[in-house]
Design a protein around this ligand. Structure first.
Ligand code: XMP
Length: 310
């Protein structure tokens, strides 16, 4: 595929579709929404409003980091602080599906839905790729009707339209386009990170304190394994405690699991045979975090395990 021609074609189509109206999109910092943002701004300039919603669940410094990378490309991104709304919606929830549902609902029905209405936008740019559509059709993914999720009925509220400029591409195509659009490598080649973010790595209730712990452990794992070449690496906070000893005293402390996998597309995965000294170093750093006195390495391939824990 000629990706330069693809970009030219999409720019032309976006301009023709949107005309002189306002369009909006939500950027997460993942490669798909990043490419839509860069492509959309090339086509529409200031007619496209891009927001990044801080849901309290992103990695250390991530919302600001993403906004800065786009500022360097001359693309303004509005950072929306919705942390308390998400934390409020997650309060008391321990069931994995309820947690995911609370995050989805807060994002679409509350925060992004409100922003879309207030913006006066008539077009929503969305980073759906071919694989998303195939997985929805095959029943692997939940139905992906963006307008319905936003609580917008296109019949009643005439004029809203979803535009999906990447819907003919797979991940490799998206990455190729990202290079041609001049996205920095640090964004184009990021390891996969789930939409529900660190909530998929906290077993049990998501609280500010527990987020702080898993966020700090994630930063250590990502720093130590950045040059591992692995497909994905992560830290998980379990919902249990174990007895340990700190400063000569018994401590009932928290447990962090480290996971590092090899995979092509995350449908199946094997565990990376990390160097023992590297594992010991990660363990030593993670058990230096306040209240954490155990660090485990997950040896389970997918299947039977999944990549994330929630
Ligand atoms: P699982 O845990 O299902 O993960 O083996 C497979 C791949 O998908 C990512 N993942 C998600 N990505 N929204 C996303 O955008 C999600 O809800 C989600 N859940 C899992 C996961 O990080 C892995 O790469």
């Amino acid at each position: 595929m000629d990706y330069n021609a693809f970009i030219e074609q999409q720019v032309k189509e976006l301009r023709a579709t949107v005309g002189d109206a306002i369009a909006i999109n939500a950027l997460s910092g993942g490669v798909d929404s990043s490419v839509v943002t860069a492509l959309g701004h090339r086509a529409l300039g200031s007619q496209l409003k891009t927001v990044l919603i801080d849901n309290a669940l992103m990695r250390e410094g991530e919302p600001q980091w993403v906004v800065e990378r786009f500022a360097e490309m001359g693309i303004p991104v509005e950072l929306v602080d919705a942390r308390s709304e998400f934390l409020g919606a997650l309060k008391g929830l321990t069931d994995p599906e309820w947690k995911r549902q609370a995050i989805t609902n807060t994002f679409y029905s509350k925060v992004f839905g409100r922003i879309v209405r207030e913006s006066g936008a008539r077009f929503l740019l969305h980073g759906t790729i071919l694989t998303d559509i195939e997985e929805t059709v095959a029943g692997i993914k939940r139905q992906h009707n963006i307008l319905a999720q936003l609580g917008i009925d296109p019949q009643k509220e005439y004029g809203y339209q979803v535009v999906e400029p990447l819907k003919t591409l797979r991940k490799d195509g998206v990455r190729a386009v990202s290079r041609l659009l001049g996205l920095p490598k640090a964004i184009a080649e990021r390891i996969p990170f789930p939409g529900p973010a660190l909530a998929t790595r906290i077993v049990g209730e998501v609280t500010q304190a527990r987020l702080n712990t898993v966020r700090a452990a994630t930063a250590i794992v990502e720093e130590e394994l950045a040059d591992s070449g692995a497909f994905q690496y992560l830290a998980v906070l379990l919902n249990d405690c174990a007895t340990g000893i700190r400063d000569g005293r018994r401590e009932y402390g928290q447990i962090i699991v480290v996971r590092c996998i090899e995979s092509l597309d995350a449908r199946e995965a094997t565990v990376t045979r990390l160097d023992w000294a590297k594992l010991e170093r990660i363990c030593q750093r993670i058990t230096s975090l306040p209240g954490v006195n155990r660090c485990l390495y997950d040896l389970t391939p997918k299947p039977p395990a999944t990549v994330e824990y929630v």
